[in-house]
Design a protein around this ligand. Structure first.
Ligand code: HEM
Length: 270
């Protein structure tokens, strides 16, 4: 799977601006995902590998460790272990040096990312609908649509790669990355929104207006930005410049949300 950001159009000023902006966004995203990965490794890996499943509950969860729920605990353990591998593989996809200098590693991390994302979706669907880990039905439906999109986009990314349709493959790979990062966008988005508005529309039990909106927008908004970017890169210089501005804004929000998530959500537990 390739997350190649190079545009196929010949370079001019607006292409350069768009290319810098997309790199800026990727850098902010890579930092934020690195923070998420660090949390997963130092909290979930440490507890899970040492067999201390009950330790998960030190963190507020919907359904973490439940005594006697062998299947639920086992699947939660698998879910968080795979989440670490997927996040690491996704991170490698974002680093330009890996893409340009180690294409073999890039291809393998791409395949790993794809397989992990699809396995996480299936496991996540089980956690929601069989284990019953959800707070609101709307939230359960929203995350399930994300899971189904990961499966559908992942399949398309794999199929286009098999058929060597590389232009289409790049698009499907990027779409898969966006929806598979939905759970990460959810966390940094909550924090960024909380910082900007003081938590407007966020209610206990995730049933407030912002909660319900963000349950879907957490993957639909990044997907929309991606679709705009894919159109902008083959559009007029003005569209490219506008897109570059939007991406810098997204990069700033991503940085603020990631720094806040690290300080409030992840660091306190490791
Ligand atoms: C594809 C990328 C995914 C990643 C990286 C990921 C990561 C995680 C992590 C780190 C947790 C631990 C909870 C926390 O510390 O906040 C978690 C829990 C969970 N995930 Fe995922 N997940 C992914 C996809 C999904 C999908 C698609 C679904 C549903 C369809 C899902 C459903 C759940 C559920 C129900 C929990 C338990 C939440 C709780 O009890 O509080 N996940 N996931």
């Amino acid at each position: 799977m390739s997350l190649n950001v190079q545009s196929p159009v010949p370079p001019d000023q607006s292409n350069k601006q768009l290319s810098y902006a997309v790199r800026g966004w990727f850098a902010a995203t890579a930092l934020g995902q690195l923070a998420f990965l660090t949390f997963i490794l130092f909290f979930y890996y440490q507890l899970t590998l040492s067999g201390d499943y009950a330790g998960w509950n030190a963190k507020p969860l919907i359904t973490g460790y439940v005594k006697g729920d062998v299947a639920g605990n086992r699947n939660f353990a698998i879910h968080v272990m795979l989440a670490g591998v997927m996040t690491l593989a996704g991170l490698l996809q974002l680093v330009p040096t890996v893409r340009s200098h180690w294409p073999k590693l890039h291809r393998w991390s791409g395949r790993t990312f794809l397989i992990m994302a699809m396995a996480l979706s299936l496991g996540g669907l089980w956690l929601v609908w069989v284990r019953g880990s959800y707070l609101t039905l709307t939230g359960a439906i929203a995350i399930s649509i994300d899971g189904l999109l990961i499966l559908a986009f992942g399949f398309m990314a794999w199929r286009t790669a098999r058929r060597r349709e590389f232009v289409a493959h790049r698009r499907w790979a990027l779409r898969t990355f966006m929806v598979a990062s939905g759970v990460w966008f959810m966390r940094i988005g909550y924090i960024a929104w909380g910082i900007a508005t003081g938590g407007l529309g966020i209610e206990k039990g995730m049933a407030g207006p912002f909660d319900l909106f963000w349950a879907f927008a957490t993957y639909l908004l990044p997907l929309t930005v991606l679709e705009l970017y894919l159109r902008a890169e083959r559009s007029t210089p003005m569209a490219k410049q506008a897109m570059a501005g939007g991406l810098w804004l997204a990069a700033i929000v991503t940085l603020v949300g990631s720094a806040g998530a690290w300080a409030l959500m992840w660091w306190p537990f490791i």
